[in-house]
Ligand binder design. Sequence first.
Ligand code: ADP
Ligand code: MG
Length: 339
Amino acid sequence: MSNIKLLDQNTINQIAAGEVIDRPASIVKELMENSIDAGADKISVEIKDGGTKLIRITDNGCGIDRDDIKTAFLRHATSKIKSVEDLMVVSSLGFRGEALSSIAAVCQVELITKTQDSFVGCKYTIEGGKEKGLEEIGAPDGTTFLVRNIFFNTPARRKFLKTPQTEAGYISEIVERIALSHPEIAINFINNGQPKLHTPGNGNLKDVIYNIYGREITNNLIEINEECEFAHLKGFIGKPLISKGNRTFENYFVNGRYIKSTILTKAIEEAFAPVMMQHKYPFTVLHLKINSDLLDVNVHPSKMELRFRNGKDLYPWIVEVLSEAIIEKPKIPQVKLTE
Ligand code: ADP
Ligand code: MG
């Protein structure tokens, strides 16, 4: 008798879902990134009980064609790449085709979507990987996802969730980062019926910084806008007086994507070192644009890590650009002429 059996698709999806979806905040991240990839310029995010009860994300993007809806929820189904070669030049935030199948494997999902070309919208329901129905429904152009009861079918994982307040905090961080990475998108965030963040979507990064961090920070910024042959660095850094005791103020984005990178963190901190007290970290919101063939974005499923192919050129350039901005040119002393 054989002991080895292939797992059924539902079990495979549940296991795989664990890699992409570990808490409500990862659902918010994946769905907001999908909205951005869909070309939305308005995204609204509403959560109840830290997103454990409900996450509702509405966008005015391209929508999903009725014929594509079921496929979109299959694992490795994506409209964003077709081959391994495309991975090298990928500019969309998603491309692995894992988010929708993962979310649907561990939540109760309702999707309402309409493309511009179709007369009516569609409503599709899927719970724990099982389809519940697809019907026509009146809807505006764009897409709404309602995601309820995360991990309803995996109680062991549900137990690992923190309090709704803590989970809401994680979501808030994600929404803020996405707002900072896309000032051209109007983002609205509501937590338990309370408006938490609203960005105008006018493309002005300083307005987004003001909406998130307030007046004191906004009044103490230094603007950065420098270009070299392989990169463009744009955004704001804070004057040393608005530094913080941890790294939560260090925001940087590469080609519109929030990432973690030891190279960038080190370069930023090296530039600030001469003016920073020990154990203090700078405020930065920096957008780095770099030729996508110098990047490898396919390092980790959550796509937070990134590899540079020109780290040794990039590092000194960033240190130089920031150092020059930080170290304010000494004012020429006013010499009083005595007669
Ligand atoms: P990926 O983003 O890696 O392609 P996902 O599982 O997140 O994979 O989404 C699968 C597909 O569903 C996407 O490639 C896209 O075609 C479609 N899709 C998902 N969300 C949206 C949305 N908000 N608007 C339009 N299309 C969407
Ligand atoms: Mg995606």
